[in-house]
Design a binder for this molecule. Structure first.
Ligand SMILES: [Zn+2]
Length: 239
């Protein structure tokens, strides 16, 4: 596994606004504190999210972009790329792979964080079809699309984007977690980031308790001392 001191840039690819904050915000705060540049690529605007019929659907996408931008600021991230795919209808198409390969070649990250393409039978929510589609397209975009010069040759010929090798992939909620990041000291920023998604979390009175319980279980699973909180990842060598 790469040491954080070997990492200059990290790209986070997610399906919806708020996915990154549930899965990895505490870890991201640690990375930006260490001077690592972190960029978010958010595939949909989460325009099918929320439960409030009184809010016109057309207002949801701009609202959720605004909330995600505020959430990113809580953990030191200011570079966000929204791809604007329709929420709830994402498929791992060649078009999505090309869009993700473009962002990878533009950002040139050492490490990518993306969803697992596999269904988790124990937790339905984490296996939302958009998450699985984005995970599958992201891994294909890392290899072969971003790496091979003649995959999507127009990226190079028309946009001047040279091939790029991502060295490591982190899957939050991956099927076989093998790395646990202690986020006890950045937990309050994760909570603030999730609170910034007001349209999604405004009704969750017990959000902090829920997160504390979830991250404490991850810490215990990872063998961290009692009282610590952790985010769990499956880390893959992709170099
Ligand atoms: Zn999601």
């Amino acid at each position: 596994m790469l040491s954080d001191t070997e990492v200059q840039r990290i790209l986070i690819i997610v399906a919806h606004p708020d996915d990154v904050d549930f899965g990895a915000a505490g870890t991201i705060a640690r990375w930006t504190d260490a001077g690592i540049e972190v960029v978010y690529c958010i595939v949909t605007d989460g325009d099918a999210g929320g439960h409030d019929d009184s809010v016109p659907r057309a207002e949801i996408a701009p609202l959720r972009r605004k909330e995600q931008t505020a959430a990113a600021a809580c953990v030191g991230v200011t570079d966000l790329r929204f791809l604007g795919y329709p929420d709830g209808r994402v498929e791992a198409t060649l078009g999505l792979r090309k869009d993700l390969a473009r962002v990878i070649r533009q950002v040139r990250p050492d490490r990518v964080v993306c969803p697992s393409p596999e269904r988790n039978y124990a937790r339905m929510g984490v296996s939302h079809p958009d998450h699985r589609a984005v995970g599958s397209a992201a891994l294909d975009a890392i290899y072969p699309d971003a790496r091979i010069p003649f995959a999507f040759p127009e990226l190079r010929a028309e946009e001047g984007l040279e091939p790029w090798t991502v060295r490591e992939v982190w899957l939050p909620g991956g099927p076989a977690p093998n790395h646990y990041v202690d986020v006890t000291d950045t937990f309050h920023r994760k909570v603030a980031a999730l609170r910034a998604h007001e349209s999604q979390t405004g009704h969750m009175d017990k959000l902090e308790e829920f997160l504390r319980g979830w991250l404490a279980r991850a810490a215990a699973q990872g063998g961290l001392p009692e009282g610590r909180l952790a985010e769990a990842f499956q880390v893959l060598d992709s170099g």
